[in-house]
Design a protein around this ligand. Structure first.
Ligand code: KG4
Ligand code: ZN
Length: 335
């Protein structure tokens, strides 16, 4: 079964073709970063319009590059939420229209289920059940994954998501949007300042809070001489505090659930330092850890094509009354 996957939930237009037995056939991504960076963040209306401009040409090019005709496609998967509603509607309307024209089923995929299943696109795949840590620009989630479509939310961020905290801290250090990866680069030149807190680790529970850490970084910056080295030290301390906090909470969740496999996904899981700290923790705990390749940590069409394919194989699909959900809890999609 060939599945066309479409992702337009934020500032990336992702298109991919996944085959149920042959795996990923093709994937392509158009990033809108250059368009949004002058505004310091994503402008929703510009994002929607650009998705509309780019999506059909990307689908055409994907079919051509894969040497597939449209009638080879057996199903379409699109991100139905959560995300920017106007942006989501571009994929939803396009996918539904193509599915109607081609007389094939279409399915709306939860963006975070896409991130959660992204490691399944690699050669070495995790076995169910596992613990998933999803760290993106909009979400920080700890999930017990019992099976495909069986997700139990164990913890989440009570305020800023990890990626949001990275981007806001990057901004205050003078780094352009989206600052997460740039902050990580700057941190390489720094020596972490020890005083940064590890929020909510000294009390029980699996929820997170990162907005205080961002304020701590701001106050430390104002109290410093604001040199390049000061900025690098703050970046390193911030990144270290995030990595340690995530490792402490994941270790706690692994113990609590008695699971022995950790899957990490979402844009921030591309961060090398966080990958190292989490891998060291799982090695000590004699647990396995799985990450997507860095390009599938951030938003992409491949993870949507994969997740949609699994659901289509189970006979699921949506009817013509499609909707896009700006907010959508991951445990609402259980079946
Ligand atoms: O998953 P994603 O592409 O989009 C959402 O679903 O939100 O995640 C984007 C987030 C942004 O906040 C971005 O700054 C962050 O992931 N990010 C990183 C790195 N690469 C992307 N944060 C820290 N280190 C990185 N290397
Ligand atoms: Zn994402």
């Amino acid at each position: 079964m060939y599945v066309l996957g479409i992702e337009t939930s934020c500032d990336e237009t992702g298109v991919a073709i996944y085959h149920s037995s042959h795996g990923l056939i093709h994937h392509t991504l158009y990033s809108q970063i250059d368009m949004h960076k002058d505004y310091g963040g994503v402008v929703p209306e510009l994002a929607s319009r650009d998705h509309s401009r780019k999506l059909i040409p990307l689908i055409k090019a994907s079919l051509e590059d894969s040497k597939l005709r449209a009638n080879a496609i057996n199903g379409i998967a699109y991100t139905a939420g959560p995300g920017l509603v106007g942006a989501l509607l571009v994929a939803a309307a396009t996918a539904r229209s193509l599915a109607w024209a081609w007389q094939i089923p279409a399915i709306g995929v939860h963006h975070m289920e896409g991130h959660l299943l992204a490691p399944m696109l690699e050669k070495e795949k995790p076995d169910f059940p596992f613990l998933a840590l999803l760290i993106s620009g909009g979400h920080t989630l700890l999930i017990r994954v019992n099976a495909l479509g069986n997700y139990e939310l164990l913890g989440e961020s009570l305020d800023d998501a990890v990626g949001e905290a990275f981007d806001k801290t990057a901004k205050l250090l003078g780094l352009n949007y989206p600052g997460g990866a740039k902050l990580a680069k700057l941190a390489e030149q720094g020596k972490p300042i020890a005083s940064f807190p590890r929020p909510m680790t000294d009390r029980p529970g699996l929820d997170f809070s990162f907005s205080g850490l961002k304020t701590f970084a701001l106050n430390t910056y104002h109290a410093s001489e604001k040199t390049t080295q000061d900025k690098a030290n703050i970046a390193a301390a911030f990144q270290q505090a995030i990595a340690d906090t995530l490792a402490i909470k994941c270790k706690r969740a692994l113990k609590q659930t008695q699971l022995t496999t950790l899957v990490v996904g979402g844009g921030v899981s591309a961060n090398t330092h966080i990958r190292t700290v989490l891998s060291d923790m799982t090695a000590k705990e004699k647990c396995k850890i799985f990450f997507p390749r860095p390009e599938f940590c951030t938003d992409n069409g491949a993870m949507i094509a994969y997740a949609g394919c699994q659901r289509l194989l189970l006979g699921q699909h949506n009817d013509l009354n499609f909707t896009a959900h700006a907010r959508w809890a991951i445990d609402e999609i259980n079946y």
